[in-house]
Design a protein around this ligand. Structure first.
Ligand SMILES: NC(=O)C1=CN([C@@H]2O[C@H](COP(=O)(O)OP(=O)(O)OC[C@H]3O[C@@H](n4cnc5c(N)ncnc54)[C@H](O)[C@@H]3O)[C@@H](O)[C@H]2O)[C@@H](O)CC1
Ligand SMILES: [K+]
Length: 529
């Protein structure tokens, strides 16, 4: 069993195959999965509030998830529990599931789902004290077909307590997508390791309490698979505030001066997007960088310098679009001589000139470059310039920007966000911060899923804030991009969560989070929970 690592669906399939090669066949894994599932169902029958004579119904699909259910049915039967099985999609379709069906104790009542809610299957669901969802597991994708909709509606309406096997049915274990009809489980018993989709929205809200259990996959099956997918080591960042402070915050020497904490150059803003440049620069300062120089259009500089007293401003040339032109590149590169990082893109605007400017900066920057928003959009036509980069590059795309970077539709990216983010990171040797309600950070074969945050961040300005924070940390320390990105995402997410304990997520503004940040960092420095 893997406790701290997340597996993708492809990795889980690879594990199963390797397990077979190592002498533990699929039938044995299913036997273990069914037995473990039965054990958790039994514990649940003994939980407070459960009746003395529990009745369990197992809803079995035609794949191996259904097979797990049939093995569990036998164990429950042997333990004296009243158990019935509903075959929801006809007879088992895989060899292993078929084998499990053959071995199903003949005394167990088996019924078929037929879409008619006046029939026995529907009564079994509404009468049982525990409904076990083994309809679909990791093999599910797409939508729940019309013929099965009455089953899912009935289950979600009438089931008293639902235990899902491996993953709630209707939830896509790869993407975290889930339609409204997906099974809402009270408990999900998942095999061997958490699957990526269970951590992502909306799927995570369907899983209830997640229990990971061992099914005897040999340890050696977890590594060394030739599948590209298996190179990804994904982990969830569920650090407590104490761990975050102790592990990730660097100490500040009392004799430090502004140069100790680095200079950050921000090539941000355009006449239309003034605020984005201000937010990213403020976020960088709030996160502790020594000095911020904002290079932007005359209008942006005039507007921001009236309030942002802590920054240095450099006026760049712009054209009729109100965006900076590419002939600023040399001037910006000269400003990098004493800088430690370069942030490009927040409010930059996207024109043929910004495309040339971004390409030249990415190619020639001697310091790490953080590209966000229109910095990313402007990079897309010349993306291969990343192969000529001289320094570290971090990209912070939302799903639409990730889709453009990968040359596919947004829908396609959302069907397997980790794979696209990872592929891009690997191809260009860069760090990808794939933003969404859960952020996936991919960097050199390691992937971290950050779940901190809430809808207070679902507003214009959050992306600029995050980019500024990452850039700030990059300018301050030489440590890995992965750690800087995790820290920035966690701090932003936790600030939003803490602020939301006292006020509605609806009305919290980026500036509120920025103002609260030093208080939250103080809390992290104190090393308290
Ligand atoms: N991978 C492993 O190591 C193990 C897997 N096991 C179980 O096997 C499960 C995976 O089994 P399978 O790959 O057979 O897949 P599932 O049992 O999830 O079933 C997939 C079936 O549903 C169909 N299907 C997919 N999407 C559909 C849709 N939108 N509408 C209607 N039908 C749809 C597929 O055609 C296939 O027949 C796991 O979740 C787990 O429960 C366990 O038996 C133990 C070991
Ligand atoms: K299931």
């Amino acid at each position: 069993m893997i406790k701290d690592r997340i597996l993708t669906v492809d990795q889980m399939i690879a594990c199963e195959r390797r397990s077979e090669e190592l002498g533990v066949p699929a039938s044995e894994l299913m036997a273990a999965a069914g037995e473990k599932l039965a054990g958790h169902i039994l514990s649940e029958t003994m939980a407070d509030g459960q009746p003395d004579t529990p009745e369990v119904v197992i809803l079995a699909g035609k794949g191996n998830n259904g097979g797990d259910g049939m093995v569990a049915a036998n164990h429950l039967f042997r333990s004296g529990i009243s158990v019935r099985v509903v075959l929801c999609c006809g007879n088992p379709a895989t060899e292993t599931a078929h084998g499990a069906f053959e071995k199903l104790n003949k005394s167990i009542e088996v019924m078929f789902y037929d879409g008619d809610t006046t029939h026995a299957w529907a009564k079994a669901i509404s009468e049982s004290t525990i409904v076990v969802d083994c309809i679909f597991g990791t093999g599910f994708s797409g939508e729940i077909g019309r013929e099965l909709q009455p089953l899912f509606i009935h289950l979600n309406t009438y089931a008293r307590r639902v235990i899902a096997c491996d993953i709630p049915s209707g939830v896509d274990a790869r993407s975290g997508q889930a339609g409204v009809l997906a099974v809402t489980a009270d408990i999900t018993v998942t095999m061997h390791a958490k699957k990526l989709g269970m951590l992502l929205s909306p799927a995570k809200y369907f899983c209830g309490k997640v229990i990971v259990d061992d099914i005897g996959i040999p340890a050696a099956a977890n590594t060394g698979d030739p599948l590209m997918e298996n190179e990804i080591y994904a982990k969830a960042s569920m650090l407590s505030d104490e761990q975050l402070g102790k592990k990730f915050l660097t100490s500040r020497k009392p004799w430090a001066h502004k140069g100790t904490f680095g200079k950050l150059v921000c090539v941000c803003g355009s006449d239309r997007y003034v605020g984005a440049a201000g937010i990213s620069a403020t976020a960088a300062l709030r996160m502790g960088v020594g000095l911020v120089e904002v290079c932007s259009t005359e209008n942006v500089v005039r507007s921001l310098s009236a309030n942002l007293y802590e920054c240095i401003f450099s006026t760049m040339k712009s054209d009729d679009s109100g965006c900076m032109t590419s002939d600023n590149a040399e001037e910006i590169l000269s400003r990098l001589e004493d800088a430690k990082a370069l942030l490009v893109g927040c409010g930059l605007g996207h024109t043929p000139e910004t495309e040339k400017l971004v390409a030249e900066l990415v190619e020639k920057s001697p310091v790490p470059v953080i590209l966000d928003a229109d910095g990313i959009n402007s990079l897309v036509p010349n993306i291969d310039v990343l192969l000529k980069k001289k320094s570290t590059v971090i990209l912070t795309p939302h799903p639409g920007e990730l889709a453009k970077l990968c040359g596919v539709s947004q829908e396609e990216v959302l069907s397997d966000r980790l794979r696209y983010a990872y592929g891009l990171s690997k191809k260009y040797g860069i760090t990808i911060v794939s933003k969404s309600s859960e952020t996936i950070v991919c960097c050199a074969d390691r992937t971290e899923v950050i779940t901190a945050g809430n809808t207070a961040l679902s507003k214009g300005g959050s992306g600029d804030m995050l980019a500024g924070m990452i850039a700030s940390l990059t300018a301050q320390t030489k440590r890995s991009s992965l750690i800087n990105c995790i820290l920035a995402c966690m701090v932003m997410g936790r600030c939003a969560e803490v602020l939301s304990t006292k006020r509605s997520e609806r009305g919290i503004l980026t500036r509120d989070i920025l103002a609260y940040m030093p208080f939250f960092l103080k809390h992290l420095e104190s090393g308290e929970e």
